[in-house]
Design a protein around this ligand. Structure first.
Ligand SMILES: Nc1ncnc2c1ncn2[C@@H]1O[C@H](COP(=O)(O)OP(=O)(O)OP(=O)(O)O)[C@@H](O)[C@H]1O
Ligand SMILES: [Mg+2]
Length: 289
């Protein structure tokens, strides 16, 4: 174990080591570990959008079946999420809406395995991720899910392009075509300064970097929590089209938490949460071609 100052994190980017203060970082669980000097090779790490080494990426579409899922926090009289049953067909495109505090992000955390529900099953295809250990859930998420989190989880100090490539670099899964695809995605979300560090970007620009990162590995399931919340109407429209077009061309299941009609209006189903429960679940338009 190397010696070094407390609360410093070592990040391996390929062969290069980068040292960062945890106070400067916003990190998805599993990429890094904080609290003490950490010398952690990325072989065991995973995060939103990461692909784990030695795991074949599944491009297979996965259906979702939730049963008897309940999430409670101490001190609260009722569960913040209580879903007896929910199914989402593989390859479908679904909007999740609801008032602030209705449980949308909690649902995202449960669907992606970032949070484990105390009871119930969260089945993606044949895998009940609620029954997996945290480490296995991280691996599973890395292999199957592209995740755009509400607060982006970008890595300050790194450029836009390096943020997009960070998960595959950390998991040593970088492929020769990835840098070009990352650039292409950056342009597709309307950004052209690939080397701009993310902390100098506006929230809307950061949001677009997070979207590009989630799309890099062509995930079988793409889940985005308010992906257009920080964008102006033109950028929102472009990002909505990009998410839908890429989910169609990649045959991905798309689940988007959003109130943005430019996005939800293009999705075929709308689930509305209220106080942690499904208040309505409606077909909204024909399935996108
Ligand atoms: N760790 C926690 N401890 C206690 N309560 C929590 C915790 N995490 C979430 N909650 C509560 O659970 C409820 C649902 O939160 P959640 O973040 O899922 O809402 P949301 O629908 O995503 O809201 P928003 O639209 O504001 O993002 C809220 O009342 C929130 O305060
Ligand atoms: Mg939320």
């Amino acid at each position: 174990m190397p010696t070094g100052p407390d609360n410093i994190v070592v990040v391996y980017l390929g062969e290069k080591q980068t040292f960062v203060q945890p106070s400067q970082t916003i990190v998805a669980r599993g990429i890094l570990e904080f609290g003490s000097w950490t010398d952690r090779k990325p072989a065991s790490s995973a995060c939103c959008g990461c692909v784990m080494p030695n795991m074949r990426r599944s491009s297979a579409m996965l259906s979702l079946d939730l049963s008897h899922v309940s999430v409670s926090y101490p001190g609260l009289p009722t569960p913040v999420l209580d879903i007896p049953s929910l199914s989402i067909e593989a390859g479908s495109r679904v909007a999740v809406t609801g008032a602030s505090g209705s449980g949308k992000s909690t649902l995202v955390n449960i669907l992606t395995g970032l949070e484990r529900c105390a009871s119930g099953a969260v089945r993606w295809g044949d895998t009940d991720i609620a029954s997996l250990s945290e480490r296995s859930r991280d691996h599973w998420r890395g292999a199957h899910i592209g995740l755009v989190m509400q607060d982006f989880h970008l890595f300050p100090g790194l450029s836009a392009i390096d943020n997009i490539l960070l998960p595959v670099r950390l998991s040593r899964a970088l492929k020769p075509g990835d840098p070009d695809r990352a650039l292409m995605l950056l342009y597709a979300v309307g950004l052209c300064r690939a080397d701009q560090t993310v902390e100098t970007m506006s929230r809307g620009e950061m949001q677009r970097v997070a979207i590009a990162r989630a799309l890099l590995r062509k995930p079988g399931v793409l889940i985005a929590d308010e992906p257009t919340a920080s964008l102006d109407s033109d950028s929102s429209d472009a990002v909505a089209r990009l998410l839908i077009d890429l989910s169609v061309s990649n045959d991905s299941t798309l689940i988007v938490v959003s109130h943005d009609p430019r996005l939800t209006g293009r999705l075929e189903r709308r689930i509305t949460l209220s106080a942690g429960r499904i208040a309505s679940d409606r077909a909204h338009r024909e399935k996108a071609a």
